[in-house]
Design a protein around this ligand. Structure first.
Ligand code: TPW
Ligand code: MG
Length: 550
């Protein structure tokens, strides 16, 4: 076995199912071994950001590890934003990068793709990964691989592995996985005691499920726990899509002033808010009407549990949830949760399309034909998604990078085999929509809805006086056939409903629906979100809706 095969077997053993990548000369040797060994399938895409987003989404929906394989310098540095997104949102993406061989490092010449020094890339990645290794010694490589992959799974964050190009074929021992980290049972017991006592003393406890619940594959267990504890469950904006198919008393999504008032009241007046795996960030909490006093919450995140001023370090979320389940007896307790109904029944007339019409049309489609997983970009499409039935959703809800939606949809379909629905704005589609051209080679056939308002509308809403947020009106639907799919541009609600039905009926080619939305027409959630952000955190700014538009 050579070094690359040893690495590929270890990736597979740690839960990697496929590799997304783009080669280069520093990467050709290890890409050859990826292809010829066939240990993991390889999907090449067109631009490295998409490689990162697809690998991230695959890890989010399937669990295990996502793998993004690139060349040194131009490739790996193109991937940085996607890996930063995965770091922030805790998606375990393994970055594989080729690298200069040892001899080349001593040549005295600057190497192509070199930024500042031969170590620049490694150091840049130190900032956005939780562990790293350069495999320049076969004696230590197996242990280094084991350590790095264990770190990725333990922290649910990206890691970086560099393969010097003269090392990839060198004979190498197999990787022995690291044993799981032991948990201090006494600390765990004390933590669970205190947590249950706090919940028992609370008048109105609430469980907020965050993304770590999904990352550590705990959805069914957390659903069971919430039933046993009799806790109503909400997700954050970022956690939307969690527990969509679990039997949990899920009330809905907390979005402060942007969301449903009843859910906001439930969360903001709770005296026992249990934040399980929730990233405490501004998109989740900055728009609270009544500021949530975090000292009064119970937080389990990043392998530690915090209650008031008590911190229990080294308590993995999985161990906490399992111990809670062991302590809380199973009851047949059932309680009614009033969940707001999502809008259905699109009026199929000749009125122009508003974002909320797209949500209704999708709810109608899923009611008729079953749910589809959604990959969503940032922009009004993500706020619109809050009006769509609970279904599996991947989206950059916190890091908020544009360009995620289309490649994430490809990652979802590659990983799950399910046909995804991609929701994306025209601005974001300009960034990575081109990746749809890769669908034909792999048999992927996502349904893509482009919210085309010829605008960076979300930015326009924050700063209506600026004209630079107006975009050209690109004809995206016309480009679909050239990329191997079918495209249609729709302007009315009647056309929208028909286009969705047609797209659903057509399998085997990607289906692009370009929904033309008049500038300035927003989803209600985005309008309330922007107004809330301005009122609560940008005092003095003009409010949404002010300012003219030509
Ligand atoms: C990689 C900043 C946040 S939202 C937005 C921008 C430019 C406009 C999105 O336009 P789009 O959607 O896609 O047409 P909509 O509904 O607002 O019209 N660069 C990156 N990520 C982010 N978030 C930005 C810039 C931004
Ligand atoms: Mg737009």
């Amino acid at each position: 076995m050579n070094l690359t095969e040893s690495l590929l077997h270890a990736l597979k053993a740690h839960g990697a199912h496929r590799i997304f990548g783009i080669p280069g000369d520093f990467a050709l040797p290890y890409f050859r071994i990826i292809e010829e060994s066939a240990i993991l399938p390889l999907h090449t895409l067109s631009h490295e950001p998409a490689v990162g987003f697809a690998a991230d989404a695959a890890a989010r929906v399937q669990g295990g590890l996502g793998v993004a394989a690139v060349t040194w310098g131009a490739g790996a540095l193109n991937l940085v934003n996607a890996v930063a997104a995965a770091y922030a949102e805790k998606s375990p993406v393994v970055v594989l990068s080729g690298g200069p061989g040892k001899g080349e490092a001593r040549s005295g010449l600057l190497l192509h793709h070199q930024a500042k020094s031969l170590d620049s890339q490694y150091e840049i990645y130190a900032e956005i990964t939780c562990d790293r290794a350069r495999l320049d010694d076969v004696a230590t490589a197996p242990a280094a691989i084991a350590r790095v992959l264990a770190s990725a799974l333990r922290h649910s964050q990206p890691v970086y592995i560099e393969l010097p190009r003269d090392m990839v074929g060198v004979p190498c021992a197999a990787v022995q996985s690291e044993p799981p980290m032991p948990v201090d049972e006494d600390a765990l017991a004390a933590c669970v005691d205190e947590l249950l006592a706090r919940l028992a003393n609370a008048r109105a406890p609430v469980l907020m499920a965050g993304i770590e619940v999904r990352r550590y594959d705990l959805e069914a267990k957390v659903a069971e726990l919430s039933r046993r504890l009799g806790l109503p469950v909400v997700t954050s904006f970022m956690g939307r899509g969690l527990l969509a198919d679990a039997d949990a008393p899920l009330v809905g999504t907390y979005m402060g002033v942007a969301g449903e008032p009843e859910i906001s009241r439930l969360v903001e007046t709770s005296d026992g808010l249990l934040l399980l795996g929730e990233i405490v960030c501004d998109t989740n909490f900055a728009v609270s009407e009544r500021k949530i006093d975090l000292r009064r919450t119970i937080r389990a995140l990043d392998g530690q549990v915090t209650m008031g001023y008590h911190v229990y370090p080294d308590i993995p979320l999985a161990a906490l949830v399992e111990r809670l389940l062991a302590r809380v007896p199973a009851t047949a307790r059932r309680f009614d949760i009033r969940r707001a109904a999502f809008p259905r029944g699109l009026v199929t007339d000749d009125a122009p399309i508003a974002p909320s019409d797209i949500a209704i049309a999708i709810n109608d489609l899923m009611a008729a034909h079953g749910k589809l997983p959604i990959a969503c970009d940032i922009g009004d499409c993500l706020f619109t998604a809050m009006d769509i039935e609970h279904t599996a959703l991947v989206a950059p809800g916190y890091y908020a990078t544009m360009g995620f939606g289309v490649p994430a949809g490809l990652g979802v379909q590659a990983a799950t085999g399910q046909r995804p629905l991609v929701l994306v704005g025209d601005g974001a589609f300009q960034m990575t929509g081109w990746e749809l051209g890769n669908c034909a080679r792999y048999g992927w056939d996502p349904i893509v809805v482009v919210f085309n308002n010829a605008s960076w509308e979300m930015l326009h809403t924050f700063q209506p006086e600026s004209r630079f947020n107006d975009l050209g009106e690109w004809r995206f639907a016309d480009a679909a056939a050239a990329l191997g799919g079918d495209g249609v541009r729709v302007r009315t609600r009647r056309e929208l409903a028909a286009a969705l039905a047609d797209a659903h009926a057509q399998r085997g080619r990607f289906q692009l629906i370009e929904a033309m939305i008049p500038r300035g027409v927003l989803s209600q959630t985005l309008s309330r979100f922007v107004a809330g952000v301005k009122r609560l955190s940008m005092p003095g700014a003009t409010t949404a809706g002010e300012g003219g538009r030509s």
